[in-house]
Design a protein around this ligand. Structure first.
Ligand SMILES: NC(=O)c1ccc[n+]([C@@H]2O[C@H](COP(=O)([O-])OP(=O)(O)OC[C@H]3O[C@@H](n4cnc5c(N)ncnc54)[C@H](O)[C@@H]3O)[C@@H](O)[C@H]2O)c1
Length: 392
């Protein structure tokens, strides 16, 4: 039998009442760390990270800073995020990359976006310990993500904000996640204009960076969208087909394409499947990804996609077979490796690019995908879509 404390709401954390969990939240508040381009970190990565996974991380930094960011390579860069990175305070790294135009689009688990909303709404998450008594935490209304602790009320109030937003926005019918996150980010910016400095979702809306979620039902954002349909009779729903086509269209339009994959999970494949969608489904041979960087704890031996190597991806047409030297997997905890990677990028020569603002170009890019796919399938469109300004 699962343990149930005496509480009004069976199954809800916090049986001892609101505020009872305060002693567990005495650890320092977790804040988003912003990389500043530390010369010492660059020296460490260049001089000290020489072999094994330190060597791979150094390689990843060089592929990103020297090749993917080089203006002559004009690389469209996708960032994929899995693992609980925003709860751990890594959203600041993503914000810095977006601000500098070093990431053009992002694919994330819904959880990372949901937990980013806590920061946007000024709720606090705290440093704690992974060795606490979870039954006690449950009874005191404390949520634990490994060693990150916060009050269950943070969940409830964040959920309430999402539901209020859905009601205010009055969306009906299908929508891509990129559009949904863009509108959500705009709403956050309207409430608190400076929250772009501490929210990935708000920063992305400000910088025109589309954010996709590969499994939209699998997060508290998806849970509240489901509520909105059931309880309010809304017809609003997320349309994953639009996401698939938009990501595919962005990749098609890229002169070169490269990715930074944090963890693995479904965001990894959602990015990588763009190339097979082009050649296998639409009949447009794009030639595979040009750069591939993954920071992960996953391993190849289990046969899962999260641990699959860039070399295996070649066989799927996901990675260009001629570019394997420009691919690397660093087997590291991304909560350690990603801030170092970002410090390196921010301190590098090409540390700022013009933003592509792809969120505003999605329609034209998908129209171009449709035109090329029709041609490839021998069903050209009678009237041509307007000439598009590729990515810039
Ligand atoms: N409240 C919420 O909304 C909520 C909370 C948690 C999870 N979820 C959902 O559950 C699903 C799973 O999420 P997930 O983040 O656990 O992803 P996941 O477990 O599917 O994938 C994470 C992958 O990245 C790797 N990884 C994880 N942490 C890492 C680290 N620190 N360094 C390097 N690699 C690391 C793992 O090995 C794993 O393969 C998602 O769809 C998410 O939206 C929702």
């Amino acid at each position: 039998m699962p343990h149930r404390p005496s509480t009004d709401a069976k199954g809800a954390p916090g049986g001892r009442g609101r505020g009872a969990g305060a002693p567990y939240l005495s650890g320092k508040q977790i804040r988003y760390y912003r990389p500043r381009g530390s010369a010492d970190v660059r020296a460490l990565i260049d001089g000290g990270f020489q072999a094994f996974n330190a060597g791979r991380l150094s390689e990843a930094c060089h592929i990103f800073a020297d090749k993917m960011l080089a203006p002559e390579n004009d690389t469209t860069i996708g960032l994929t995020v899995a693992g609980a990175l925003t709860p751990a305070g890594l959203g600041g790294c993503v914000i810095e990359l977006m601000d500098r135009g070093l990431v053009d689009f992002m694919i994330s688990t819904g959880a990372n976006l949901y937990h980013d909303l806590h920061y946007a709404l000024n709720f606090s998450l705290h440093r704690g310990s992974p060795f606490l008594d979870d039954v006690e935490l449950y009874e005191h209304g404390i949520i634990r993500i490994y060693d990150v602790l916060f009050a269950a009320t943070v969940l409830l109030e964040t959920d309430q904000y999402i539901r209020d937003f859905l009601e205010r926005a009055g969306f009906e019918g299908p929508m891509s996640t990129s559009e949904f996150h863009y509108r959500l980010g705009q709403d956050l910016l309207q409430r608190t204009p400076d929250c772009a400095e501490y929210s990935v979702v708000a920063k992305a809306a400000q910088c025109g960076v589309p954010i996709y979620t590969s499994s939209p039902g699998d997060s508290s954002i998806g849970m509240n969208i489901a509520y909105h349909e059931l309880m309010n009779g809304s017809t609003f729903m997320i349309d994953p087909n639009r996401d698939v086509n938009e990501v595919c269209a962005i990749i098609l339009a890229g002169r070169q394409n490269g990715c930074v994959i944090l963890g693995g999970g479904s965001p990894k494949n959602f990015y990588l499947q763009g190339q097979p969608t082009l050649w296998e489904v639409y009949g447009i041979p794009k030639g595979g990804n040009d750069y591939f960087i993954q920071l992960t704890t996953d391993q190849v031996v289990w046969g899962g996609l999260s641990g699959a190597t860039p070399s295996e991806a070649v066989s799927w047409g996901k990675v260009n077979p001629g570019v394997l030297p420009d691919t690397v997997v660093a087997y590291c905890d991304s909560t350690i490796a990603f801030p170092l990677f970002c410090e390196y990028a921010v301190g590098s020569q090409h540390n700022r690019r013009a933003r592509r603002e792809l969120v505003h170009k999605r329609e034209a890019l998908v129209a171009d995908l449709l035109r090329q796919a029709r041609e490839a399938k021998g069903k050209p469109i009678e009237s041509e879509p307007a000439e598009i300004d590729r990515h810039r």
